[in-house]
Design a protein around this ligand. Sequence first.
Ligand SMILES: [Zn+2]
Length: 367
Amino acid sequence: MSRLAVIRDDKFQDHLTPQMHPESPQRLAAIDEALRANKMDETLDHFRPRPATEDELARVHKDSYIEGLLDYEAQAKQGDKLVPIDADTWMSPETYAIAKLAAGAGLVGVDSIAGDHDSAFVAVRPPGHHALAGKAMGFCLFNNLAIAARYAQKKLGIERVMVIDWDVHHGNGTQDLFYKDPSVCFLSMHQFPFWPPNSGWYKDDGAGEGKGYNINVPLPAGTGDRGYLKAWDEIVSPICHEYKPQLIMVSAGYDAHRSDPLAMQNVSTSGFALMTQRVCELSKSTGAKVVCFLEGGYNAKALASSVLATMNVLNSPQPERVNAGEVLIDTKTNLLLPVTEDSEPLVVDDRVSELRHHFSQYWTSLK
Ligand SMILES: [Zn+2]
């Protein structure tokens, strides 16, 4: 048995988007091809998803929204065509069924870590972290991670879920769904300012009982591996330790990669491996298992290599020493780390200090 469970299905490629749309079926095809080429389809445990039920969706999404999607589906099926929900987000005839399957894949991921696996990687599309309770946006229909978080809370009695969202875009949907809820601590690292507009500033830090449990880490364009790892070591890891999660969920988007066509964050494949190593360290020290959800990432080759780097680290008995696909990484000795530099390191350092100062009012580990 492998440490990591991978949840995947060829059916996810049946969700179609217009030609030239960045969120294309080729993304998962590239990951599948890379898994085969690296023989990881043989060494990892793979599970097929099941569709989420309407009740499971309705723990997060409004009934009226789910019914509205069925109207779009009827239009798409009637004309055998693609129907826009907005300029970015489209439905093809099979999209509704595939989106339910993507949401259900997260539930299979939770079931796998409730069993013997230490972690799960849910390789799905459409992605989820922009989806609101009553609105699709940013290529997302159902918030796959949020639906799985509610499922884990209900099924496993988990009281504290830590969500770490490293997609380059702010996870506005996930933020909104848990904004007043301390049982899910949401932390998003993202390029700022970026998309969605005016979304993800650090002063949006939760409300009511959830005050202080919504942590936005807005990073300037051009932040490379160095800046991301600094934010991890000075903000993400201390907060996660202090929160003591029983489950860690990662919105794993790979559009912060330096080859990504949509963003400018300059993170390398090794950078994603190093971030995953930090997730493994948190998992080890808190005892929380890990479920990763594929979000963005629009250079198919960079996406596939970064996803494999993440899977390699998660599946490694010694995550501090893994081959990330580019070089052998050893964080203990700092050998051979091809980390990218920030375009403006002082600006990044100032931002990290500013964030530490702000969140130290809620988290004593940052004082
Ligand atoms: Zn994204």
